[in-house]
Write a protein that binds this ligand. Sequence first.
Ligand code: PGA
Length: 250
Amino acid sequence: MKKSLVFAANWKMNQAPADATAFMRTFVGQYTRQQDRRVLFFPSAVSLHVVVGAIKERGDLEAGVQNIHWEDKGAFTGETSGTLARSAGARHALIGHSERRHVFGETDEETGKKVVAAIRAGLTPTICVGETLAQREAAETLAVVRRQLRAAVSGVEAASVASAIVAYEPVWAIGTGKNATPADASAVHVALRAELREIAGERGGAVPILYGGSVNRSNVDALLAAAEVGGVLVGGASLDAEQWLAIVRT
Ligand code: PGA
């Protein structure tokens, strides 16, 4: 059976509303629906409305936010909650992206609270895990990603885990031009799959596990062919509509 794939664009702190408008005009005009894949966009919160408007008529294209707070509302200046994002048209949320963890000091515990909040708000969490270079060199990769995954789902039912998405993003591969080899990525994906089955039983077998970290049009095919790689989470190469089209059409 052909794999069902998820292609997720993480625009990070890029693409103002005008840029997002131009990007989506090109993308939506040129991309025709393919049964075996879903395409997710994670714009900056200020451009979410542009993406949501551009994909209204398209069930194969979905939008999300890059981060949420764990509370639904209140005096949290500068934060966006899952319920606010959902009411603005988001259906997904990245949770625990490595930049949240390493630049902003987000802990495993906070990541867990954000997964609970995402599910409460009706958002599908894309739970991001990944080791640093030092952890890889110390042969701690599998222990780190298992710990991060367990902590992220510690507050939710197995059924919610079964409807989540997981992304493996080695920190040393993000934005560096150094991607994990398909074999290295696959070894981690296989371990995450086993963990998901332990957590959610049979249903854990269907959770998409995406690879992220310097994915581009040249390496995407080989990564997607690797065992248990069910899609890609792409930063830099998702910022240009033509490049992103080439990746999602792979
Ligand atoms: P990159 O980012 O593709 O630019 O390495 C991936 C990510 O951080 O999601």
